[in-house]
Design a binder for this molecule. Structure first.
Ligand code: ADP
Length: 494
């Protein structure tokens, strides 16, 4: 039944793309034969016959042009014209078709049928072509989608795709495994679920704070953002999420592809390490302080006895214990920075006084070093005096450490628009341009040409940078290899 309908109904054949010679020929002949049979046997009114012939002719031309294109229309027109000529000359029914029986009107009718057949046939072919193109495009896109889906399924990372047009969210197997749930599908429901389960620093994320939503709004990629995720089974995960918008040809976002990396293990290890360093440095501080205290007492007694064989080793011991104390303090600070526990307590004070104090202390312990202060006008700032003391001490210690004994060190301070800039200049070993930014990273130390490093662990500049950042300032270095370095930092004054 479907086949017959498909065969007869030209609408069902749209997009089929096959055009027949035989069907219009046989079909037109068959219909005209039946018509002729009806005329001969049942109809004798000339106007009825004439109108019937014209009506059926038009129907045949339109039908076959719509079924088999221009070809169908032309074949039907040809046979109909043949039939008209047969009626005029052979069948002897000339009188019956008086009005239209002349060759002339047949010719015009034929021309009209040809035009109708051609237009409809051309339309039919154009529609077919459009449908075929659409089918090809859809099947290509379908194939592409299936290929992509299988690639995503096999990826070893969790992937979440939010289809903005279709308002759907889908994820691969890895994502379901990670979050212990099947994707819901509906965009709004998924967004609601995410905002109920995603946290940052213990705070529930609002819809507009979600990585996926921010990538959608900003139309920009968001890279490696860490969020906490509480699963339905109440297990807490740490996820590193990156989300990228995908655009159509007109620049509209059609989807957001997110990659979710489970960093829970890494985070737990980091927390355990931080806790350990924190605890160890705390535990170390007390015995070191006591040790230093006893060494001081011992030193004073030895000095009173004027016993050089005792004062010299005690002095050496004191230097080593001081280094140990510095190490424990630095470790503790790093652990505080990394866990976000380093706090600054602001107070108003004069920066030049602080600079003077640091220099005086340095000069006391290292009298052979030439440290000069330039432009130190009274500049009042609001900051953590103890922490800024630490920054200045670190920069001066480095300036001393990385330059020869007799080389001068200059500390400069100047005030300009809304901030004060402090610079510590030395004439020491200097730095390669490629190292200028790296030296502020944690545990980074420059190796000189002979792979030799100065004693130290690469913690001081990292701590200094964090302290300056917490004051909303900036720290950087200008340096030339072999000629010396100038470390600058700025602090806001208002
Ligand atoms: P460290 O304890 O190793 O000195 P820092 O964080 O203070 O740690 O410094 C990091 C690195 O930067 C040092 O190892 C050194 O290579 C380089 N550096 C720091 N200050 C200077 C300086 N004044 N001149 C040359 N190099 C320096």
């Amino acid at each position: 039944m479907y086949k017959i309908r498909h065969f007869l109904n030209p609408m069902l054949r749209l997009g089929n793309g096959t055009y027949s010679y035989a069907i219009p020929t046989i079909g037109t002949l068959l219909v005209l034969l039946l018509l002729e049979f009806a005329i001969v046997n049942y109809l004798n009114s000339a106007p009825v016959v004439a109108s019937l012939i014209i009506a059926i002719s038009v129907i045949l031309v339109v039908y076959f042009a719509f079924r088999d294109g221009i070809r169908g229309g032309v074949i039907a027109t040809g046979i109909i014209i043949g039939y008209y000529i047969y009626i005029i000359f052979i069948s002897g029914r000339v009188e019956a078709l008086q009005a239209r029986s002349s060759i002339q009107s047949t010719f015009f009718l034929g021309l009209l049928y040809l035009v109708i057949g051609s237009i409809i046939g051309w339309l039919k072919k154009s529609i077919d072509l459009l449908i075929i193109k659409e089918k090809i495009a859809t099947s290509l896109a379908d194939g592409e989608r299936r290929r992509l889906k299988s690639v995503i399924e096999q990826m070893p990372v969790a992937i979440r795709i939010a289809n903005i047009r279709e308002k759907r969210v889908e994820g691969n197997e890895k994502l379901s495994e990670l979050l212990k749930r099947k994707m819901n599908g509906d965009f709004d429901k998924e967004i609601k679920y995410m905002s109920e389960h995603e946290y940052k620093n213990g705070n529930n994320l609002e819809k507009k704070e979600l990585v996926i939503f921010r990538a959608l709004k900003s139309k920009k990629k968001i890279v490696s953002e860490e969020v906490e995720f509480i699963r339905d089974d109440r297990k807490k995960l740490f996820l590193r999420i990156s989300a990228s918008p995908v655009f159509d040809r007109r620049g509209k976002v059609i989807s957001i592809v997110s990659v979710l990396d489970d960093v829970t293990g890494e985070k737990e290890l980091q927390t355990r390490k931080d806790n350990f360093i924190n605890m160890a440095s705390h535990e170390l501080k007390t015995p070191i302080t006591t040790l230093k205290l006893y060494l001081d007492i011992l030193y004073k007694r030895a000095k009173k006895l004027d016993n050089k064989s005792m004062t010299d080793p005690i002095e050496n011991l004191r230097i080593q214990v001081e280094r140990l104390q510095q190490l424990a303090t630095d470790l503790l600070d790093i652990s505080r920075i990394q866990t976000g526990k380093l706090r600054i307590t602001k107070q108003k004070f004069l920066l030049n006084e602080l600079i003077g104090e640091v220099c005086w202390l340095f000069q006391e312990t290292k009298p052979d070093k030439k440290i000069s202060i330039v432009n130190s006008n009274p500049i009042e700032i609001e900051g953590d005096r103890f922490r800024l003391y630490q920054v200045l001490t670190n920069l001066l210690t480095n300036a001393v450490k990385y330059s020869e004994k007799d080389k001068k060190i200059i500390i400069k301070s100047k005030q300009s628009d809304g901030h004060v800039q402090v610079s510590v200049k030395d004439h020491g070993i200097g730095l390669d341009p490629s190292e200028k930014h790296k030296i502020f990273n944690l545990l980074y130390q420059v190796k000189d040409a002979g792979e030799k490093t100065f004693p130290g662990l690469g913690m001081g500049l990292y701590i200094s940078r964090e302290i300056v950042r917490m004051h909303k300032g900036r720290i950087w270095v200008d340096s030339e290899k072999g000629k010396g370095s100038t470390f600058h930092f700025t602090l806001p004054t208002n």
